[in-house]
Design a protein around this ligand. Structure first.
Ligand code: 6PG
Length: 227
């Protein structure tokens, strides 16, 4: 596990550097990189800076999503829309290398199975966020999805709107070669502390699934962790 802590104003640039360095490392090792993006609001400024990075090997990157809300891709709550605005529209990535999760589909189970078939056996770089309740992707504490042990993608219901979701599962998070967790703000401090300092069942705090990864925090999100 690596934890890097940054002044709040430096968080987006520092996180973007970790992401770009992870992409470069994967391309150096394997000639290409599969990257799964996180949702929510934290990634937006990180994406904007990563899109400006001259050293990023975007032409070798295939893009996936860790989860998606059950809304159309142009909806304000869509993780795809956030990624398109802050990253994808600014990159030389052809559409065939961007795999959107079609969580707006009526048959979410079919959409989950189709998306799982697109995923590699192991993602090279998986970006994740963390919710105040310790969720990550759309794996919420105590949910069936957070206890899924075989399927790669499942449908689930969030405790907040938009409730219909598609999400990658614990096996996908565990198999990822590099996991980067992005967290900023005092509201995340308790969840970060639970995930990193309190051993326990990941089903109770799904962000624990990424405890062995690289956690990029601002000072406010890191206030409760040891060291
Ligand atoms: C989602 C995300 C989710 C997010 C956390 C943090 O679809 O909401 O995948 O796991 O990363 O909820 O969200 P913020 O970055 O908005 O705090």
């Amino acid at each position: 596990m690596t934890v890097s802590v940054h002044p709040p104003g430096r968080f987006p640039a520092a996180a973007a550097r970790v992401v770009v360095d992870s992409l470069r490392d994967a391309v150096r090792r394997r000639g290409a990189c599969s990257l799964a993006l996180a949702g929510g609001s934290t990634p937006r400024p990180v994406h904007e800076r990563a899109a400006q990075a001259r050293r990023a090997p975007w032409e070798r990157v295939t893009i996936f999503f860790g989860d998606e809300r059950g809304v159309p891709p142009g909806h304000p709550e869509s993780n795809y829309r956030m990624a398109r605005e802050s990253l994808l529209d600014r990159l030389p990535v052809e559409p065939a290398r961007v795999h959107r999760m079609e969580a707006e589909r009526e048959d979410l189970d079919d959409a989950a199975r189709r998306y799982a078939a697109l995923l590699p056996d192991a993602l090279d770089v998986l970006l994740l966020g963390i919710g105040e309740d310790g969720h990550t992707a759309s794996l919420f504490p105590g949910s069936e999805a957070a206890a899924e042990s075989s399927r790669k993608v499942v449908q689930t219901r969030a405790p907040v709107e938009p409730r219909r979701r598609l999400t990658v599962t614990p096996p996908v998070i565990r198999a990822a070669r590099t996991r980067v967790v992005l967290a900023r703000g005092a509201s995340k401090a308790a969840a970060v502390q639970r995930a990193l300092d309190e051993p326990g069942d990941p089903a109770d705090c799904p962000a624990r699934l990424a405890a062995g990864g690289h956690w990029v925090l601002d000072r406010e999100a890191a206030t409760l962790i040891d060291g």
